[in-house]
Design a protein around this ligand. Structure first.
Ligand code: GRF
Length: 214
């Protein structure tokens, strides 16, 4: 992949990961943001950073299939090196995953495979887990089931609530996502089949930043 890989980011919500990706751009370039929500905070962040945006609304399409095809077309038009999901709440069409497999990553607020899906912080507390965190993974056709790339962990404290835990995890998300995006955009982390391959540099950096890799 090119050194200054073009990254298209898909958001549905507030966009704090998008903001971190923009602020920490190095070795990749956020060149387009796509949202399925006209009022997503991520769109405001993109506008402030002068990054072009596209909005694809469910209500503009007769069927879910047509909506998902439109998302695929919108992303293809941006000709990305890499596609990063950052709080994008639409399960992508299998054709999307097939088109971008190995160039499509997601961040999830748990230590996968634990707590895929929603409400991860409350579920980690209910389960009595001693540690929690976030995961960046390549996306496959399942929900949060793709090959794991890297994780950042936080200890769970006795008096944690879902909100206090979320506040510590999101800080780790912002660091982990830009680091992983850089390496995948540069090809120093890549996917072969379902195996994630890491360069020596990526391994060394992960160790020094306390990120777990696989
Ligand atoms: C993050 O917790 C991310 O891990 C999950 O959705 C949330 C998005 O938050 N996939 P933000 O919009 O990036 O602030």
């Amino acid at each position: 992949m090119r050194e200054d890989g073009k990254v298209t980011v898909l958001v549905s919500g507030r966009g704090s990961n998008l903001k971190a990706l923009i602020q920490q751009q190095s070795g990749y370039h956020i060149h387009h943001v796509i949202s399925d929500k006209a009022d997503a905070g991520g769109l405001v962040i993109a506008h402030e950073a002068h990054i072009p945006t596209t909005v694809v609304l469910r209500e503009s399409h007769n069927s879910i299939g047509s909506f998902k095809n439109a998302i695929l077309s919108a992303v293809q038009e941006t000709e990305p090196t890499l596609v990063a999901l950052a709080g994008f709440m639409v399960l992508l069409h299998p054709a999307f995953v097939e088109t971008f497999y190995g160039r499509l990553i997601n961040i999830h607020p748990s230590l996968l495979p634990n707590f895929s899906g929603l409400n991860t912080h409350a579920r980690a507390l209910e389960a009595g887990a001693s540690e929690h965190g976030c995961t960046v993974h390549f996306v496959d056709t399942g929900m949060d089931t793709g090959p794991l790339i890297a994780q950042a962990k936080v200890a769970i404290l006795a008096d944690d609530t879902p909100d206090t835990l979320a506040a510590r995890v999101i800080v780790q998300e912002h660091a982990l996502y830009s680091w992983t995006t850089k390496h995948v955009a540069q090809g120093s982390i890549r996917l072969e089949g379902r195996t994630v391959l890491y360069s020596e540099l990526a391994r060394t950096e992960a160790a020094s930043r306390n990120f777990s890799i696989f």
